[in-house]
Write a protein that binds this ligand. Structure first.
Ligand code: CU
Ligand code: ZN
Length: 171
């Protein structure tokens, strides 16, 4: 009897860790008259959460890109709240600094070329769309006016020019 229960628990745990969710975020301009837009696709993979972001009609240069706390883009993106920071740590660059040295939403920067487009492709270890300690479904991706220079407290990236709520779309 007890053996059967343990076996069942193992199967359940194995099943949930193998389930990969996918989602997306449609980024749009936070300011009237701006044509900024973009798309993000998010996929849980065995190596972590893969985030692919493509933007267009963005001023050329380097722009900070983060996951912010709330999935709301009102009030010129301010409704999304601060950087997603469940561990209460300092600002940084998640792929470099990990969860102890960076907010869980610190995706760094996206490079935008002369044609106004840019792409970022990151896989973030231990970040997930749903479940686990660091889950990003229902939050928002924010594109900033300026470069994230990784200074404290928030990287000095200026205003929020694009925003998109992260929606879980399927498995
Ligand atoms: Cu931000
Ligand atoms: Zn941050």
């Amino acid at each position: 009897m007890r053996y059967g229960w343990v076996l069942g628990a193992i199967i359940l745990v194995g099943g949930s860790s193998a389930c990969a969710e996918s989602g997306n975020a449609d980024l749009s301009a936070t300011q009237f008259g701006s044509a900024v837009f973009g798309t993000a696709t998010l996929t849980d993979t065995p190596k972590g959460l893969r985030v692919v972001v493509q933007v267009a009609h963005v001023p050329p240069g380097t722009h900070g890109l983060h996951i912010h706390q709330y999935g709301s883009c009102g009030n010129e993106g301010k409704a999304a709240g601060g950087h997603y920071n469940p561990s209460g740590v300092k600002h940084g660059f998640l792929p470099r600094d990990g969860f102890r040295g960076a907010h869980a939403g610190d995706l760094g920067n996206i490079e935008v070329g002369a044609d106004g487009t840019g792409t970022l492709d990151l896989t973030l270890k231990d970040l997930r769309l749903g479940g686990g300690k660091y889950s990003v479904g229902g939050r928002a991706i924010i594109l900033h006016e300026k470069v994230d220079d990784f200074s404290q407290p928030l990287g000095n990236a200026g205003g929020r020019i694009g925003c998109g709520p992260i929606v879980i779309t399927g498995e």
